[in-house]
Design a protein. Structure first.
Length: 208
């Protein structure tokens, strides 16, 4: 009876400490899956609150809700990406005619990226003020990115005034380029403030 008990205890110990291989005869971890993996329900995860020097090369695992069937696991290998989820690019535009960039094709595919503008700066001759009613006007600037013909475009222009053609100007602008795989386009929200400068947005986007 003692021998049987010892055999059971020994076998249980081996099972508890053995490495399990699925799709591989030589597991290298407690659970080693050689091939694709599918999880239909939630699984326990650990939060990565900080990243130490020894964890800088970690990879992200995500559960796809678009796979068939739902639940395929995919790895985000940062080293293999041509672009990161968020990218910062500095642009300089010089030899600008008057002061208007009406339409600059940035050549970013609108189906793959979202492009925003940050840190706009004008260097060079100033736009002269002109009388406008009881005050002086320097016009108004428009700085925006927009979609056209399948790519993102940039506009920087003064809608009312222009520089003298003999003057010079340079624009510095930072573009923030987001990879669409990690961001979601939500429907536009339009709200009427009824002539007031305070109010409440007409709806709340569904962020869940």
């Amino acid at each position: 009876m003692k021998k049987i008990l010892l055999i059971i205890l020994f076998a249980s110990y081996n099972l508890l400490n053995a490495q399990i291989g699925i799709g591989t005869a030589s597991p290298e971890a407690d659970l080693h899956v050689g091939g694709s993996m599918l999880t239909q329900d939630d699984f326990k995860i650990e939060n990565l609150s900080t990243v130490s020097a020894t964890e800088e090369d970690f990879q992200l695992v995500t559960r796809l809700t678009t796979s068939n069937p739902i639940g395929k696991l995919a790895v985000l290998d940062v080293d293999a990406l041509k672009v990161a989820p968020v990218n910062i690019i500095n642009y300089t535009f010089n030899n600008v005619y008057l002061d208007n960039l009406d339409d600059v094709d940035l050549q970013y595919d609108e189906t793959k990226y979202v492009v925003g503008v940050a840190n706009f700066r004008q260097v060079g001759d100033a736009i002269k003020k002109v009388p406008g009613g009881d005050n002086y006007s320097i016009g108004h600037f428009v700085v925006r990115t927009f979609k056209s013909g399948g790519t993102w475009h940039l506009e920087i222009s003064n809608k009312e005034l222009d520089l003298d053609p003999t003057d010079s100007i340079t624009y510095h602008v930072t573009l923030v380029v987001y990879d669409k795989k990690y961001f979601k386009d939500l429907p536009a929200i339009t709200s009427s403030l009824g002539g007031s400068n305070t109010g409440v947005a007409s709806s709340v986007p569904i962020l869940e």
